[in-house]
Design a protein around this ligand. Structure first.
Ligand SMILES: Cc1cc2nc3c(=O)[nH]c(=O)nc-3n(C[C@H](O)[C@H](O)[C@H](O)COP(=O)(O)O)c2cc1C
Length: 186
């Protein structure tokens, strides 16, 4: 298997992080990979907010937790009320990926960028997790008030977050994949 395929197959979602920050040089390379993702009409209708400030990350978790507890979604409320709940699994760095509300294909383009971030990180031995539960940050006025502080452009909306950091636990097992989802028409 070549190195690219190996990185793709061996990337796992990391859900337990060391406090150690990732080097700036690695972060630059990871974010460079993000903007080289395929994207609809090359509109590049995305924005990336990279946060390494623990205070800000914890503030966001507080608001997300509050909004989940008000959501009425029992499965999420159960998770968020666990004592060790932390949306970002204590990652020292997170990337909020937002897309232009007017771009019909923003989720596809931003999703491709998120995967590039995760794969570039893996190639540098940095763990990551793509996640959508942070959408709850923007489910209240308190969360939306942070948008300016986070440099999210007007008219851009949350697509996902990618956490970044070093794995604190053992390498996660590979969740099983269904192999019968591919049809070849030849
Ligand atoms: C669109 C999307 C949303 C996800 N949301 C979350 C999330 O909110 N929280 C989380 O811990 N993991 C989240 N994940 C990670 C998945 O749990 C993980 O990708 C899946 O279990 C497969 O495991 P693997 O990434 O290790 O192959 C998300 C992944 C994707 C692609």
């Amino acid at each position: 298997m070549n190195e690219t395929l190996q990185v793709i197959k061996e990337r796992r979602s990391i859900k337990q992080y060391k406090a150690e920050q990732i080097p700036d040089a690695d972060l630059q390379q990871i974010m460079e990979a993000a903007i080289y993702a395929p994207n609809a009409r090359n509109a590049q209708a995305w924005h990336f907010t990279v946060i390494q400030k623990k205070d800000m990350i914890d503030r966001m978790v507080g608001i997300i937790k509050e909004n989940i507890m008000n959501s009425g979604i029992e499965f999420l409320m159960g998770r968020a009320s666990e004592p060790d709940y932390h949306t970002f699994h204590h990652a020292p760095a997170i990337v909020i990926v937002t897309g232009d509300e007017k771009d019909k294909f923003r989720e596809v383009s931003c999703g491709a960028a998120a995967e590039n971030i995760a794969l570039a990180a893996k190639s540098l031995n940095i763990g990551s997790c793509v996640m959508t539960s942070p959408e709850f940050l923007f489910a209240s006025d308190k969360g939306n008030a942070l948008k300016k502080e986070l440099g999210i452009p007007d008219g851009y909306t949350h697509v996902c977050v990618v956490t970044l950091g070093y794995n604190e636990g053992k390498e996660p097992e590979t969740p099983p994949r269904n192999k019968d989802v591919i049809t070849y028409v030849k």
